[in-house]
Design a protein around this ligand. Structure first.
Ligand code: AHR
Length: 493
């Protein structure tokens, strides 16, 4: 296969917000307990944090981690998770039918963030909780002292405020599975009340209102429009969530998932422009794609009353990694709309990392995420593709190449992210920069080729790992690289 991708450093959609490489940690299954926090493990530090998990996450360069949920947050009383550990109550967790020991709470999460160099993105409970309780958590986290909740933080040994900048106003409130789910009009009132009180306490914070939890929801975009119209002046982002699946077992169809991801982002771009237009507003609201991943193989959601049960422990293969790469490329291509995105989740639960007490398994989806986060810097250049199509099942004829490119003006380097969706033929891709010539290839890393279902396992942990490859620059100053079938190539020049 042959394809050509044209870019020009003057033709861009703005600077890529590094917060699109963020993650999500929920009190769910073994994500918190046995995932990030495991005092029993020989691999943990003196605070009980898994060192190997910390290290693997550092390489992912996540600017933010969203916490503590997810569905969990909608029944969570954050005051259960602070103060002396032995006095914290054990609770039933409604969302995942589990037992929550509260041994890890807000202060432990903040300590963990400090340890990893990650900033917290907090979600408040607007399902069964009130705007007032949400503002108490903000006071606990951000106010300097001299008031009740800020003083409680200081009494708990944390003199300095945590200075949390980004706050989610609930989680998936459009879903009938959500504790405290209400119609859009009612949620909009709750969200606005919470945002006003919270921004009244700390004017420097930003807020994310709940958008639709998926494109399949019957209220998709109606919900979002209602919330945006009511809360426009009080919020900074609307959330989108998407979990990709290949239940039909059609890899050709699944590998075209980027088309749908683009569509969702473009739906929101249109809606945000529409509401801004109707309001004749100067203000901008952006998209926080704060849950995304592949999730369909492990649907075990009933914790049977246990603490840290094995739930949602999805095993990822090559095609899943290539779909993850397409999420990130889509976020890059829409850098003017998507300012935050969180991989759901980071460890054990639908995650790139799986732990056992004395070991860590790095799954296939880890590698594209590390590579994108490491190399996507600066402006997002707009691609123009000349490329063959392939038969993507019910999705019809789809471009075989998915491409995004970043351009870092300071260093003059570009990074190209290229997915070959075709499973049988590798693809020779010619990259052309209209206004410049490529001079030197700095690095090429490829992932894939061969069995789309290949996965890393405890027995065979290195089946899907990236390897370095070659690229060259021709006399016309174009860069030529070969992308495996199916596969990803990340080229820096
Ligand atoms: O990430 C798992 C769950 O998926 C989250 O708790 C919820 O928000 C979504 O439905």
């Amino acid at each position: 296969l042959q394809a050509k991708a044209y870019f020009d450093t003057h033709h861009h959609v703005g600077v890529i917000d590094q917060r699109i490489f963020s993650g999500f940690l929920e009190h769910l299954g073994r994500a918190v307990y046995e995932g990030v926090y495991d005092p029993e493990s020989p691999l943990s530090d003196e605070q009980g944090f898994r060192r190997d998990v910390l290290e693997a996450l550092r390489a992912m360069r996540m600017p933010l981690v969203r916490y503590p949920g997810g569905n969990f947050v909608s029944c969570y009383d954050w005051t259960d998770g602070i103060g002396p550990r032995e006095q914290r109550p054990v609770r039933v967790d409604y969302a995942w039918k589990s037992r929550e020991t509260n041994q890890f709470g807000t202060d432990e999460f903040m300590a963990w963030c400090q340890e990893t160099g990650i900033a917290p993105m907090m979600a408040v409970n607007l399902g069964t909780g009130t705007p007032k309780e949400a503002s108490a958590l903000l006071e606990y986290c951000n106010l300097p002292g001299g008031t009740y909740w800020a003083d409680r933080r200081i009494q708990n040994g944390h003199e300095q405020p945590y200075d949390v900048r980004l706050w989610c106003l609930g989680n998936e409130m459009d879903g009938d599975w959500q504790a405290g789910h209400v119609p859009a009009e009612v949620y909009a009132q709750r969200a606005k009340a919470a945002a006003i009180i919270m921004k009244g306490l700390d004017a420097s914070i930003e807020t994310v209102a709940c958008g639709s939890s998926g494109r399949g929801m019957s209220t998709y975009l109606h919900w979002d429009r209602t919330v945006l119209e009511y809360c426009w002046e009080n919020i900074d982002y609307i959330s989108a969530h998407r979990y990709s699946e290949n239940r039909r077992g059609d890899s050709a169809w699944f590998l075209a998932e980027g088309v749908e991801i683009d569509r969702v982002v473009e739906d929101y771009a249109a809606l945000l422009n529409y509401v801004r237009g109707v309001k004749r507003s100067q203000k901008r609201v952006y998209l926080s794609f704060d849950e995304w991943n592949v999730w369909y193989k492990n649907m075990e959601m009933d914790g049977k009353g246990e603490s840290a049960p094995h739930l949602l422990e999805e095993v990822y293969n090559l095609e899943d990694a290539l779909v993850c790469a397409q999420y990130l490329s889509s976020f890059i291509r829409h850098a003017d709309v998507v300012k935050v995105a969180c991989l759901a989740q980071i460890v054990n639960v639908i995650a790139p990392l799986l732990t056992k007490r004395d070991g860590l398994l790095v799954q296939s989806i880890y590698y594209p995420i590390v590579s994108f986060a490491q190399h996507a810097r600066g402006l997002s250049l707009v691609p123009a593709l000349e490329c063959p199509t392939y038969k993507a099942g019910e999705r019809g004829d789809v471009a075989a190449l998915d491409a995004a490119m970043s351009y870092d003006e300071a260093s003059g380097t570009v990074a190209a992210f290229l997915v070959n969706r075709e499973q049988r033929q590798e693809m020779r891709v010619v990259l052309s920069l209209g206004d410049q010539r490529f001079c030197e290839v700095l690095s090429v890393e490829v992932l894939g080729g061969g069995d789309a279902k290949a996965a890393n396992t405890w027995e065979e942990p290195k089946r899907v790992t990236p390897r370095s490859a070659e690229a060259h620059v021709n006399e016309a100053g174009e860069l030529i690289v070969t992308v495996p079938a199916p596969g990803l190539a990340v080229v820096r020049a």
